[in-house]
Ligand binder design. Structure first.
Ligand code: ATP
Ligand code: MG
Length: 290
């Protein structure tokens, strides 16, 4: 409630949405500017709410019909296909690795008991967890493929990853990671290659408004993040790196990981990532409970 003084100096109360109404508007993906509406009285508010809800429900239904009749696949799946097409054209080989990860593999990433990321790990039993990232498996493959294929080794995986997150608007407990890795001679130009790879991914999904920002992370130290607006879409790193020796890697490499749901959020302008994630409440960004 907002309090104003009217011209006579008496206190008047502005009528705004109730918490339940706001919640409903958010579920129906109402534009944020509509949240701040002020009404002369509750009757006006109720009338306006009914009308707005009707319009938003109609829009949601239209989105679900478009999925049924036209696109047939959620944008997340479409982006995944576009990325697979594009990366294979660029000579990257798709790999599919286990979702269950051993404690030993996590430890080799230096994610041991003192590490902050360890609190985010879903343990299946005392030696196995749901992978929080793709990097350990890709690191493991790099060594064998380097031996069998020689240089370059260019691989990528798209698949589920799991992290316990204190739920925010841009974190999911289960999300879809795309991770690409290239082991090659870069003549010391790893950062440039990382920029090129980020550009390839952004171009494939049609995101033009992004920037690269140097950052630090717990696992790799220095990273180069891909940011759109305020949101981190991906994080890149490169070697030679101190982790390499544990994995038997001696060649230079670059790698970059993206969250596919965050790409969807950016393409669609969603204000909440749950709309884009695995869900029983949303389908392709549209609310089912309408
Ligand atoms: P953040 O700082 O936003 O929590 P992060 O730096 O921990 O992300 P990375 O480990 O760099 O994440 O993972 C690579 C990418 O995976 C991120 O840039 C992001 O797009 C995506 N990602 C990571 N965690 C999540 C999550 N919980 N839900 C959705 N996407 C995620
Ligand atoms: Mg990151």
């Amino acid at each position: 409630m907002l309090f104003n003084k009217d011209l006579l100096g008496d206190e008047v109360v502005d009528v705004t949405w109730t918490a339940t109404q706001k919640q409903r508007l958010s579920e129906l993906n109402a534009d944020e500017t509509l949240y701040d509406c002020v009404f002369p009285d509750t009757a006006a508010r109720e009338k306006h709410f009914k009308q707005l809800e009707r319009e938003l429900v109609k829009k949601n239904k239209e989105q679900l019909m478009a999925l049924k009749n036209t696109s047939l696949r959620p944008l997340l799946c479409q982006l995944e296909s576009k990325l697979v097409d594009r990366l294979t054209k660029e000579g990257f080989v798709q790999v599919v690795t286990p979702i269950l990860l051993s404690k030993g593999m996590l430890n080799k990433m230096t994610i041991t008991s003192e590490h902050p990321l360890v609190k985010q790990v879903f343990w299946v039993d005392k030696d196995k967890c749901l992978r929080p990232m793709l990097a350990p498996n890709l690191y493991h493959l790099l060594k064998d493929l380097r031996r069998l294929w020689g240089k370059p080794v260019k691989i990528f995986e798209v698949g589920p990853c799991f992290r316990k997150e204190s739920q925010g608007a841009y974190h999911l407990n289960e999300f879809t990671m795309l991770n690409l890795v290239e082991l090659n001679d870069f003549d010391g130009q790893q950062e440039d290659r990382l920029r090129e790879l980020a550009a390839i991914v952004m171009d494939a999904v049609g995101i033009r408004d992004y920037k690269l920002v140097k950052d630090e992370c717990h696992v790799y130290g220095n990273t180069i993040d891909v940011i759109s607006g305020e949101l981190e879409l991906g994080s890149g790193a490169y070697g030679p790196h101190e982790l390499d020796s544990s994995w038997g890697i001696i060649d230079p490499w670059v790698g970059i990981g993206f969250g596919l749901e965050r790409l969807v959020v950016t393409v669609k302008g969603h204000k909440n990532i749950h709309r884009a994630g695995r869900s029983l409440s949303y389908l392709d960004g549209a609310r089912l409970n309408i």
